[in-house]
Each structure stands twice: as C-alpha cells, then as structure tokens.
Write a protein that binds this ligand. Structure first.
Ligand SMILES: NC(=O)c1ccc[n+]([C@@H]2O[C@H](COP(=O)([O-])OP(=O)(O)OC[C@H]3O[C@@H](n4cnc5c(N)ncnc54)[C@H](O)[C@@H]3O)[C@@H](O)[C@H]2O)c1
Length: 340
C-alpha cells in the first residue's frame, strides 16, 4: 500500500517534508496540498506531479483520495486541522506545537480519546535522532543507576530580528522540554528561568542567553542553556548525570582533522543539517505506522505536555519566580508515562 498524504501549509518545513516524502521515503506519495497563500500552494504543487491543490485545509482533509494529513501550517492553526483530521478518522502528523494553548491541546486529547484510538503524532523529531536514542538507551541501562541531573545546551549562531524571548522558549527550548521527559521517562513539575548578562550581539529586546531550570516529578534537576547569538554554529548538547556515571551526546559524526598543531571538526550550520536524518526517520516511522493501521511516535499527550511546560517557563521568565507545573489528569488512551 502507498499512503496518500495531503499537506496543509507549504512553507519552509512543509516544503522540506514534501521533499522527503516524495524523494527520500518509501511507501508514500503526496497527492494534495493547500496553503492560505494560494500562489505558494500553486508554486509548490508545480513541483509535485499529479498533486491536487485545495482551497482550504478542510477540503483537503475531506478529500477521499487523502489517506493521511500532514499539518505544517502556523502553530495557531494546528488545533482546527488536527480536530478536523480526527473527526474524519484520518491519521494526522502535526508539526509542533500540537496547539498553542493548554485548552486547545485538551480539546484534541478529548477528541482523540472519544475516537477511541490514536490518530495523532506530533513532530518532536529529536526522539528519532540516532545520538539521542543511544543516550536514552544508556540512561535506561541499569549500569548508570538513577538519573539525577541533566545539562542541556541549545545554541544557535544567530536569529532574525523578529525572534523574541518567548520564542526562545516556545520554538527553541521546546525541543528540550520534550526530550528530557522522553529521556527520563518523567514529567516536569516546576520551572525557573534565570537571566545572565545579555550577549552584546543580541537585539535589545532579547533575553539571551537564558537558563531554564526544571524539576521533574521524580526529583531530577534539568538545566537548559538557550543561546541564540553564539556565532560559531548550531550546537546541541545533553549530558545526563546518574548515580554511578554519566552519558552525553557525542560530537556529531564526521571527520576530525589534525593539522598545524591543532585538531578539530565541523559544527553544523543549522538545525536542518543537525537533524536531517531524524526528520527522515520520524516521517518514515509515521508512514509505516499508517500503512500498518497503527500509531507511533510522540502522542497528543506529549504535545499537550510540551505546551503546558512551555507556558510554565514563559510565566517563570515573566515573573522571575519558581512556577509549579501540573499536567492534570492523563486520559487512559495515553497510558504509558512518556512514549517512545
Ligand atoms: N520540528 C521542528 O523542528 C520544526 C521546524 C520548523 C518548523 N516547525 C513548525 O512547523 C510549523 C510551520 O513552520 P514553518 O517554519 O514552515 O513556517 P512558514 O511560515 O515557513 O510556513 C507556514 C505555512 O503555512 C501557511 N499557513 C498559515 N496558516 C494557514 C492555514 N490556516 N491554512 C493553510 N496554510 C496556512 C503559510 O502561508 C505558510 O506557507 C510551525 O508550527 C513550526 O513551529 C517545526
């Protein structure tokens, strides 16, 4: 079976996912696209033979030729399309965020629970990164003992002028907010945000760098450095300190050059380069699950948790206070603590 996918929102990541669905992955074809910008939709469709352009996301979801839906429009529009996908009984891959508010995410949890089985996967692609998977396996191994601390760093070379301090949490650190839940199989219970002296390269409106301190329900402490004007490249670091040892992401696979009395390797230029294989694996896993009539990957509950924790971090940034975080009741559909 070939899974026939419709894509809602064909901007930067939508086009990148269309490229991988049509040129990299197996068992899938893109049969429909839509965008609020019709010219952009037509432009993208011109590069995908046989694809149909729909006027609205709702029309695309209702198209009988669409088996599964990829939502890559702007965050505030995700709720509407995910709910429509569930109402149509179609599998939905939704780029993060699942939705932009706690209440909207809850409506999705309720709708999927009422449907009775999982249809939604959320695009937290780091869970498919080979290095993070090896780190999770090391943490799960009894040899290290219980994890106590996690040190994370998320460094960007630069950001555009429109980038705000809220985006440092909602768009940048949100990947750490998800990955530490997954790594530790634990939920976040409180957050603080600390602000050191501002990087002089940063725009005046920006808190950069910032440090997020998270407490997990199980008692681990997590620090996340977010630096978005670091200049030297895109650098993702994560080290777990456990009772009897540590495990950390290694530097990227590549070449170490020794020359002129020095040694070194390359730092990725951006997130696309760093996580390109993770995006491929993530979407192939989704396509394979749709083909098998099952579900996989980060759940709507994971999307909900990320939004709620990010909200707590935003409050901590605004107030400077420690903010307790409560996820509330977990619907029975999402039984496992934190999914793979
Ligand atoms: N997982 C990741 O690492 C990752 C990376 C990049 C972006 N994203 C997420 O993907 C989403 C899209 O990001 P982007 O960078 O591609 O943005 P973008 O602005 O480049 O593209 C979004 C597209 O959606 C269209 N759109 C907006 N509202 C729409 C609607 N109601 N119906 C149909 N189309 C609509 C826009 O016209 C635009 O073409 C965001 O939620 C973003 O957070 C995730």
């Amino acid at each position: 079976m070939t899974v026939r996918v419709g894509v809602i929102g064909v901007g930067m990541i939508g086009q990148d996912h269309i490229r991988r669905l049509t040129r990299v992955l197996a068992g899938v074809e893109v049969v429909a696209v839509t965008d609020v910008d019709p010219a952009r939709a037509a432009d993208v469709a011109a590069g995908v033979p046989g694809v149909k352009v729909h006027g609205t996301g709702k029309d695309l979801i209702d198209d009988g030729a669409v088996d599964a839906v990829l939502v890559t429009s702007w965050g505030p529009t995700h709720e509407e399309y995910v709910l429509a996908g569930i109402a149509a009984g179609k599998p939905v891959f939704c780029e993060k965020p699942l939705a932009t508010t706690r209440a909207a995410c809850r409506r999705i949890l309720d709708a999927e629970s009422a449907f009775g089985r999982r249809l939604v996967m959320v695009g937290f692609m780091r869970r498919y990164d080979a290095s993070y998977r090896a780190l999770k396996a090391a943490v799960a191994d009894d040899v290290l003992g219980a994890p106590l601390l996690v040190h994370c760093a998320h460094r960007n070379p630069s950001v555009p002028d429109i980038y705000s301090s809220d985006m440092a949490i909602n768009d940048t650190a949100v990947h750490e907010l998800d990955i530490v839940r997954w790594l530790l199989d634990d939920e976040i219970a409180a957050a603080r945000v600390l602000q050191p002296r501002r990087n002089s390269r940063a725009a005046a409106h920006l808190v950069d760098p910032l440090v997020i301190l998270l407490e997990t329900a199980g008692g681990a402490l997590v620090d996340v450095e977010v630096s978005v004007n670091i200049g030297y490249g895109y650098d993702i670091r994560c080290e777990v300190v456990a009772e009897g040892g540590t495990a950390a992401l290694a530097d990227n696979p590549g070449v170490i050059v020794r020359s002129g009395g020095r040694w070194g390797g390359a730092v990725p230029v951006d997130w696309r380069e760093r996580f390109i294989r993770a995006y491929d694996s993530e979407l192939q896993d989704w396509v394979d699950a749709v083909t098998a009539g099952s579900a996989t990957g980060p759940t709507a509950w994971d999307g909900y948790a990320a939004t709620v924790v990010a909200d707590g971090c935003l409050e901590a940034l605004r107030t400077g206070e420690r903010v307790p975080i409560s996820l509330g009741d977990r619907p029975s559909l999402y039984t496992r603590a934190v999914t793979s």
